[in-house]
Design a protein around this ligand. Structure first.
Ligand SMILES: Nc1ncnc2c1ncn2[C@@H]1O[C@H](COP(=O)(O)OP(=O)(O)OP(=O)(O)O)[C@@H](O)[C@H]1O
Ligand SMILES: [Cu+]
Length: 817
């Protein structure tokens, strides 16, 4: 596989695809793209209208993707911008400009006009960002102004023209209904019954608003594909052709059928598009969290409103009460009260002061303004990362969809065959070829491949959007599906069940060793390590002198080792076993009762040794997360087995486990042993979700059926985890499982409905129980129903109280100093 070849480079792009009507379309595009050279993976999402492509940029360029997609009759949506460029009338400037622009990310086409001094740049939607292009060009020394700031969303235009088509179609069809009614109830003007009037109206519908179906059907058939349009076009065209023939042959007319089917399907498709648009509201809401302008410090010392896109790293920004924070950064003056609920789902306001980090998209709810300095802008902000993560999850396919894809692949040909069969059998048996044709037409238009195609992706979109609202990010549709099957949770102790902000609570020097010596040596080593325990030691040792050490390295899950620069020997900090391994002689009787007592209270003990001498021990305690006990109890009440895995000693582990209500404790595990244990459980048929913070549990996260990473700090780019919990709460793990279950239930419901609809609808149509017009209406609304059903997921309540159980009300204070 290309990804495993170290010499190949992989890039990923997302294209916006237009013109798809059902799963046959998305599968066809997928096939076309994945057969291109240099493409590793191509996934096309029908609901989002997006194609995700992983490719090797040295073998293929995005231009070829666009050609491939348009070549089989679909469009890649583009955005067009006009720029005024200074000096464009000089040939060298013009040439250089064209060269530069063409090389920029996402630029599909550039057309310059020397006479007007303007350039028209076409960007591929989803890849190109006009602000980046403009900034890049300005860095190259061009003087540019953007004339149309916001490209019109091509989807809006599509939707508008769809609405116009549907209204035109409706206006032309209503007279046909009246003509129909006239035959029965004798109302309405007589001339409507005139065959020529009917022919005119139906022809206008068929070749006006209905042309889009015929055109796309033709394009599909020409490329060896059969999609929904083929069914609609075949059905309506045969009704129309036969009626037209009958105008001359004086036979029965059923122009109203073809026109009604077209009108109803246009209505259905329009409603479907509107509903599909709503499945991504979670992301749009998140993007709207960014303000347009903010108060940025100018050279003259005043704060003035500045476009958020123009904020640079290092600039100072004034955040007034009620302001939205524009970029990621750190507070440099004053303090604030930040509401991050829309970003992470965390309901409580966080108070921030000088040195605290703040994230773009959060809201300042305090009384007074504070000043922050920009650190992360644009695509680097946590908000941007979250949005990207959600978008990626939404675009990917859940495994359950493969089933729908398989059905879709043969769906249209099967339906066409059934329609032919209906025509031949009904005609042959009854000799009524008019009825035979009507039945066949009904079969063609009642069959709905779109509901089947939309069943999974719309639910995945709404589900992952719901997750984002609660600060739960699924890596892809597969992760969403997997969490629904979890049977057991393995919880890491440090940083997961506890807050991951451990503090030194006591130092116990051995013999006549000085406390400063114990702390000093420990700090020298810990300065080079990256472990929550290191931070605790360093914070405690901030005014203790640290002896120089060399060649420091980390013994994963055991401690840190180095050489004293003074030549006194090896310095070791970590577990008792580690110190023994390095030849430190353990004193027979030494304060063991004191240490045991600390461990009983949940503290972690680390030891410090030099050469062969024990210098002492440091006790470090971490607060248990506020909601841990409640969340664990809730998980257990919901039937999950919960276990604790830790590298720490058993007594300390038991102390914490008792506090949160976990009975199954596995202590003194190395990172690989944690992974082994999970493998063992999985071999016994359990599906394990490992919840960890990514420090020393990456192997376990990787082997687990589901890896859930509790995000620490502002780095949520945890690409190895299936689920990232942005909100630092254990309860989020349970909510992640719940959202997965609900989403999968919704998908099953959708698939059941979509399949059942076709299984019932097609026979009914074949036996003439439903007329073609009714069939068309049913088909249109069945897909609307599927999307609406997915949207109902948004109303799911993720309550935070356990059902029937009271949260344990126990003091969370770990240490009584
Ligand atoms: N940087 C370090 N300094 C000192 N001791 C360490 C260090 N890293 C690990 N240790 C020792 O090794 C033990 C196991 O470490 P490990 O990182 O595997 O687990 P942990 O952080 O205690 O807990 P958990 O496994 O729950 O995350 C720790 O309890 C500690 O005694
Ligand atoms: Cu349909």
């Amino acid at each position: 596989m290309a990804q495993q070849d170290p010499t190949s480079s992989q890039e990923k792009i997302t294209l916006d695809i237009g013109g798809m009507t059902c799963a046959s379309c998305s599968l066809r595009i997928e096939k076309e793209l994945s057969h291109l050279p240099g493409v590793g993976l191509a996934e096309v999402n029908l609901a989002l209208e997006k194609a995700n492509i992983v490719f090797d940029p040295r073998l293929i360029s995005p231009h070829q993707f666009v050609e491939a997609v348009t070549g089989i009759g679909y469009q890649v949506r583009q955005e067009t911008y006009r720029l005024a460029v200074e000096g464009l009338d000089e040939v060298p400037v013009k040439t250089r400009f064209e060269e530069r622009v063409a090389q920029m990310d996402g630029v599909y086409k550039v057309v310059t006009n020397a006479a007007t001094g303007t350039a028209t740049i076409t960007l591929l939607q989803g890849i190109g960002d006009i602000h980046n292009v403009v900034q890049g060009l300005e860095r190259e020394g061009f003087h540019i102004s953007l004339q149309t700031d916001q490209a019109r969303d091509p989807k809006d235009a599509e939707r508008r023209s769809a609405l116009i088509r549907l209204l035109v179609s409706l206006m032309l069809t209503i007279p046909l209904w009246l003509a129909m009614g006239e035959m029965f109830v004798r109302v309405g003007p007589r001339w409507l019954a005139n065959p020529w009037v009917q022919l005119t109206l139906a022809t206008l519908v068929q070749w006006g608003p209905g042309w889009s179906f015929t055109r796309r059907a033709y394009q599909n058939i020409r490329h060896g594909n059969a999609n929904m349009d083929v069914l609609v076009a075949l059905g309506t065209l045969s009704a129309w052709t036969f009626s037209t023939y009958n105008v001359f042959a004086h036979g029965p007319l059923f122009f109203d059928s073809s026109a009604t089917v077209i009108t109803l399907i246009l209505v259905g498709k329009y409603l479907e598009a509107v509903a599909k648009g709503r499945t991504s509201t979670a992301i749009q809401e998140m993007l709207a969290l960014r303000p347009k302008t903010s108060q940025v410090l100018q050279a003259d010392g005043t704060y003035r409103p500045t476009d958020v896109d123009a904020i640079a790293v290092g600039q100072f920004i004034q955040i007034r009460p009620g302001d939205r924070i524009p970029v990621d950064g750190v507070v440099t003056e004053g303090h604030g009260l930040v509401d991050a609920s829309l970003l992470t789902g965390e309901p409580e306001l966080q108070s921030v002061s000088v040195g605290s980090t703040v994230s773009a998209g959060t809201i300042h709810q305090g009384e007074r303004a504070f000043i922050m300095q920009a650190q992360g802008i644009g695509q680097d902000t946590m908000l941007a990362q979250i949005v990207r993560a959600v978008e990626e999850a939404q675009a990917g396919k859940a495994p359950i969809q493969r089933f729908a894809d398989r059905v879709s692949n043969v769906f249209v040909p099967t339906v066409v065959a059934l329609a032919v069969l209906t025509f031949v059998l009904t005609g042959g048996l009854t000799a009524n070829w008019t009825a035979a044709l009507l039945h066949a037409v009904a079969v063609l238009v009642v069959a709905c491949p779109c509901a089947l195609g939309l069943a999974t992706p719309t639910a995945v979109m709404v589900g992952s959007g719901m997750g984002a609202r609660y600060g739960i990010l699924y890596r892809n549709g597969e992760a969403l599906e997997r969490v629904s099957q979890v049977t057991r949770l393995a919880m890491d102790k440090t940083g997961t069940l506890t807050e991951g902000r451990p503090q030194v609570i006591a130092v116990l020097p051995y013999g006549d060793v000085l406390e400063a010596e114990v702390v000093g040596y420990a700090a020298s080593l810990e300065a080079e390590a990256n472990h929550p325990l290191s931070r605790a030691v360093l914070a405690y040792a901030h005014n203790v002198s640290r002896p120089a050490v060399e060649g420091v390295y980390t013994e994963e899950g055991r401690g840190v080792v180095g050489e004293a620069a003074s030549g006194e020997g090896t310095v070791v900090v970590g577990t008792e076993a580690l110190l023994r391994d390095y030849g430190i002689i353990w004193p027979q009787t030494w304060e063991t009762s004191q240490i045991a007592e600390w461990m009983q209270q949940g503290a972690t003990i680390i030891y410090v040794g030099l050469h062969d001498r024990l210098l002492g021990a440091i006790a470090i305690a971490d607060r248990v997360r506020d909601d841990a006990a409640f969340a664990i109890q809730r998980l257990q009440a919901n039937g999950y087995r919960v276990s604790m895995l830790t590298g720490d000693r058993l007594p300390s582990a038991h102390a914490i486990a008792a506090r949160v209500g976990i009975e199954d404790v596995h202590a003194e595990l190395s990172p690989t042993e944690k992974a082994e244990l999970i493998k063992q459980w999985q071999a016994q048929g359990e599906r394990v979700a490992m919840v960890g913070d990514g420090v020393n549990d990456a192997p376990a996260l990787a082997v687990a059926f589901v890896g859930m990473a509790v995000a620490t700090g502002s780095d949520i780019a945890m690409h190895t985890a299936d689920v990232t919990l942005v909100r630092p709460e254990i309860n989020a793990a349970g909510q992640a499982l719940l959202i997965g279950q609900r989403t999968m239930a919704k998908i099953r419901q959708n698939l059941f409905w979509a399949l059942g609809y076709n299984l019932v609808g097609i026979p009914l149509a074949a036996f003439g129980v439903i007329s073609p017009a009714l069939a068309g209406g049913a088909m249109a609304f069945s897909s609307v129903l599927v999307v609406t059903n997915s949207l109902a997921l948004r109303r799911m309540t993720i309550d935070t109280e356990p059902s029937g159980h009271q949260p344990i009300k126990e003091s969370n204070k770990l240490w009584n100093v």
